[in-house]
Design a protein around this ligand. Sequence first.
Ligand code: GUN
Length: 298
Amino acid sequence: MPAVVLNGKELAEELRHDLSVLVKDLKPRGVVPGLAVILVGEDPASASYVLGKEKACKELGMNSFDHRLPADTTEDDLLRLIASLNQRSDVDGILVQLPLPAAIDAQRVLRTIDADKDVDGFHPVSLGKMLLGEPTFLPCTPYGVVKLLEKAHVPLKGAEVVIVGRSNIVGKPLAVMLMQAPYHATVTVCHTKTKDLASHVRRADIVIAAVGHPGTITADMVKPGACVIDVGVSRVDDATKVKGFRLAGDVDYDAVAPLASYITPVPGGVGPMTITMLMYNTVYSACRRHSIPFPPRG
Ligand code: GUN
């Protein structure tokens, strides 16, 4: 039987509807959640993600404060901007789009964001709390993956999860989240130095690909009945498209879908969930900063 397609667009719309109700309820209390987004440089993929974040804020009735800076912005200028956003009472979340130009120390920048406004979940304090299983902002892409798995009732307790990719943004935090309560999966993280990647992936009940190289996961690597989550998004030249490119995931979708139990498409799988969880974290932050109870996190 072909795989059930995990439709991230549909789930994202459902969650965004719930969030819009929450945002409406906050208004009479004088609270409008606000997200500041900083983009340095003109990388087209980053610019497109940032546009998506701004659009989502507007659709939900939230404030979005956009800062587009030239590629030659100095680290000091960026730190000064963040320091001013840290002070603003109308800013509940601050996001610096990654990657940053090579001349800027990204870790120093992320550490400068007030941990109480760290809606990306990349601050060392947020990551430390996550590692300890304490409530905090969870990184948006891993959070979105977990929401998709929960929605489909994919069994996680004791499941063999193989994550391919060890980035700070996806692979590492996702491994931490899935190994601990309430999920209790057995997690293996593979990376560029892994010997015999295929042998690890073949053992997996759940494969999560997050490397950004199309065609990394082929059908011969996937156990029949496995759940396959594709986090990769790459632009591949395609003269038949108006924009001259198409988006491709890390998984050979057409070959893997017939043998998987569940699979996420690219686009329309994990991508829409990432922005939704960012909105979720921003509303959560606004509630916390105003001592307003937030519905229990599920
Ligand atoms: N670049 C790619 N993914 C992300 C993300 O989730 N947050 C930020 N800030 N930059 C990114």
